[in-house]
Design a protein around this ligand. Sequence first.
Ligand SMILES: NC(=O)c1ccc[n+]([C@@H]2O[C@H](COP(=O)([O-])OP(=O)(O)OC[C@H]3O[C@@H](n4cnc5c(N)ncnc54)[C@H](O)[C@@H]3O)[C@@H](O)[C@H]2O)c1
Ligand SMILES: [Zn+2]
Length: 705
Amino acid sequence: MSAETKTFKHVSYLWDEATAAAMQGDEVALLIYRSNLLGADLRLTNYGGGNTSCKVTAKDPLTNEDKEIMYVKGSGGDLGTLKKSGLAALYVDRLRSLKAIYRGIEHEDEMVELFNHCIYDLASKAPSIDTPLHGFLPFKHIDHLHPDAAIAIAAARDGKKITEELFGGTIGWVPWQKPGFDLGLQLKQCLDENPGIRGIMLGSHGLFTWGDTAYESYVNTLEVIEKCADYIEQQTGAKPVFGGEKIVALPAADRLKKAAALAPVLRGCCSSHTKMVGHFTDDERVLQFINSNDLDRLAPLGTSCPDHFLRTKISPLVLNLAPDEDLDNVASVKEKIAPLFDAYRKMYADYYETCKHPNSPAMRDPNPVVIIYPGVGMFTFSKDKQTARVAAEFYTNAINVMRGAEAISEYTSLPRQEAFNIEYWLLEEAKLQRMPKPKPLSGRIALITGSGGGIGKAIARRFAEEGACVVINDINEERVNETTLEFQKSFGKDAAASVILDVTANDSIKAAIDAAVLAFGGLDIIVNNAGISISKSITDHTIEEWDRLYDILVKGQFMVSKHGVAVMRKQDIGGDIINIVSKNSVVSGPNNAGYGSAKAAQAHLSRLLAAELGGDKIRVNAVNPDAVIANSNIWAGGWAEGRARAYGITVEELPAYYARRTLMNEVILPEDIANACFVFVSGLLNKSTGNVLNVDGGVAAAFVR
Ligand SMILES: NC(=O)c1ccc[n+]([C@@H]2O[C@H](COP(=O)([O-])OP(=O)(O)OC[C@H]3O[C@@H](n4cnc5c(N)ncnc54)[C@H](O)[C@@H]3O)[C@@H](O)[C@H]2O)c1
Ligand SMILES: [Zn+2]
């Protein structure tokens, strides 16, 4: 292993001698280390893309003989986070012996099953389709990556010639072919015909590089990619990038405003089959492409590397809206873009019909994944936030590829039939079928006001557990920050967005709803939960306190609903509003004039909006909790102490005391209220609106008549 530190300009050299030295002799550990370093740099490979391998000698447990074993990244997973459990380990001789029974390219898919007979380590991950690509080559360590700079050359019209000249014949070339058994044979043949090469470029696809040790493979890989990137950089500037700028981008703040205004309309169109979650980016590299003269020529070509278009669909939808289009006129915007969506779906159906085989799986959702708004940015829509975000990442990779290929030559995409054969490949379909079923709220976006608080946080948590994207918000910044961290830990960084929201301030509500829409593309569920409580006699109750209660509870519910409904109507795919009211909306008692009457107003506002919004399939329902003491701020600040003193008990005894006053002697927890909210949006009550659900352990006086 060389101790010299290499310097690179276009790729990150991350190898740490000391870390690697500690793994000396453990080739599998070094493979994992190298893979993680490679996966950490998106310029080297896209998320989930590429695979790496090493070949070691190990004892066959049946015969005690020394055997050559290949460890290779298994099906699925990402190099950046690869662990031993993500590797498949196979007997190399068995894998190679499969050549003897191979019946030819029309039958290559049947070989995948047989890889399982070559498994050495019974704890292996399932071997991937790329297994023979590594197995048929003799090298100890091999990297297969999808680097933008290499694919730019691989997807250039004269990519083969450029590769030969640039590397003086030390990098071989294998023209485009679907990954599989046959491509493995092609790689081996390329090596046999060009002994001594340091790597192979795969047309329209990616790169293979290798070395005798993990380190040699790592450096070889970086050097080859660096050389590709250097070459592209040298050629750039000879002609304007993407034919030069056609449209000037709006200023950054205006781009976000336009994106927030348009996203729900797009989400509605994209959700004609299944509810989709959105992502928006106005990254510099994206703007350069979408504002260019060449957009109209390049966008319909579609992407090249199969990984790219599997995530982005064959091509993006380009909108015909001006950057300064008046998006407040929703009807006219919808009129403009509806035909574009129709045309896209028809194009997709034609592609399916033209390319399908007798045994092809049924056509999938024909809506676009990538939507381009010149001058503003790029939207992506998919089944969840992570997939939508990664689709944007992949299209950005594709843009990098197009920019590089156009700089050095001319970009070429995969032929449509080849793209189809990958997209509807039976092995790909089997992978989709193996995916876990979506959760009840997957694809749904929820904003629960006051979700830094006791009940609100429990609702947000339940919704997130059921697959929803949630927008954590509260007027209390500390509670927002704490809750956001907690949610990112439990659900990953994609599941929750966060924003400060004061439900009494119209601008704050508008900004929070815009933030939700920018984060996830729209909004499906609003829970009006934010609240305070003041319990005072008519003598002591100040008018300011009365106004505060009504501002937060009643006017807050009105204003948040108003902004939320505007988004839901733009989407035109229904929605849910749930209002957290109270037993006190029904039961009359002393010292409660302000809070109790405000809660009654919240309850009737629920019914009024249910009546008004039924036609939009927006359901409005209420949940009436009582005496939820755990984690509640409402019960903090001396209120619980006051109540306890009044009853002659301790604060700790309060929950049990309240429980005894209920018909079922139950302590009510925030999770109980969250369950009630989930029931309303789970799909089981889709035909119910204008209802009230009591969650109070049974309080006869609070029964709704
Ligand atoms: N806890 C109970 O016993 C009980 C009973 C019946 C009804 N409720 C209702 O349930 C809801 C939640 O109460 P909780 O017990 O979780 O209380 P909580 O105080 O823990 O949570 C309420 C949250 O709302 C936030 N909030 C206050 N003013 C706000 C504003 N202007 N804008 C945005 N957020 C604001 C607070 O910061 C807090 O985080 C309230 O509407 C309450 O009236 C509670
Ligand atoms: Zn590949």
